[in-house]
Design a protein around this ligand. Sequence first.
Ligand code: PLP
Length: 391
Amino acid sequence: MTHIYAERVNCMANSAIRELLKVTEQPNVISFAGGLPAPELFPLSDIRESYDRVLGAGDPSVLQYGTTEGFLPLREEISAQMRGKGIQAEADNIFLTNGSQQGLDLIAKLFLNPGDEVLLQNPSYLGAIQTFRSYQANFRVIPTFEGIIDIPALELSLQACQPKLIYLAPTYQNPTGTTLTIEERKTIARLASQYEIPVIEDDPYGELRYEGPAIAPIKSLAAEDAVIYLGTFSKTLAPGLRLGWIVADRELITKLIVAKQGTDLHTSTLLQRATHYYLTHFNASEHIEKIRQSYKVRRDLMLAELKANFSTQVIWTEPTGGMFIWLTLPDNYDTVKLLPRALAANVAYVPGAHFFARQESSSSMRLNFSNPTALQIKQGLKALAEIVAVD
Ligand SMILES: Cc1ncc(COP(=O)(O)O)c(C=O)c1O
């Protein structure tokens, strides 16, 4: 039988990173490609104890169906954390998801008709581009000049195309590691209200801050319904748990409930209970501090090794948080074409082109520093520099 798929299936591409990760799983490959946390930092025994405690308490409801919006005590806990960031949220404003990737999908499902425009940074998180594309969205790029948002050009763009959504990962962005300034955040908040275009603020890396003061989320600077904030436990606890949340106004939450019911009814009851136990019985802040210290050392090492190995024609970002450095080779390089040679030398990165909604080739690449060990960072960057030098 020949399956006749819906038209939108033509817009669904395999994630380049998922494909690449299959290659990099080989033990001899040094991978800067994934967005993986360091597994040795997962709080394995605390999570095991949390599961043991909720299962051992004799309460069968931990295995029962739950509400679509999620376990109330966990939503209360998260809303308190959000208030700590200046976001005015009650438990009713919190909606639990299977990671923020599901949040992106549900929001796209609710807002996007085929042909609608999404305004985003160039480059942007590949998984967001992939999701919006699968709902047949078109993309428009947020105009920037020397790394700063060009506000007059952005206003013209908003007037000209009336995008349905603005997508931003403003803090330690994936893939560049860069962060929007407080002025840019205030302007985005103002424009979102003025033009009535919701902003999706995707914030998986905000807690991974290595220097400087914490910067206010756009949601804390905006009218309640102007910003839809996405959080996740993937980078602070473990991505395999698959637990994230959306902070939104109540009207949108009622729509999200309907959208998620059609997808998976609700997020795992046991996972929510165990995570709530973990958050209320263990020291999550201390754990995040441990991650911060370890990743800061890796980031510093990667920056030092880049300086030691690469010529002055190669430039890179110096992120103050997150998991990624964005490296740019001279214009005549195409990092898609360079990748097979890197893989042959057992080193992997993600070519920059995959992060552009509207661009075919790029001389940039994304390098992850949270997952490789110090030795791997040293050996991998040396190998990469040799490949670039002989090209
Ligand atoms: C910017 C961004 N948004 C969303 C996600 C998805 O995160 P989750 O594991 O919570 O689905 C990632 C994962 O790397 C990401 O980098």
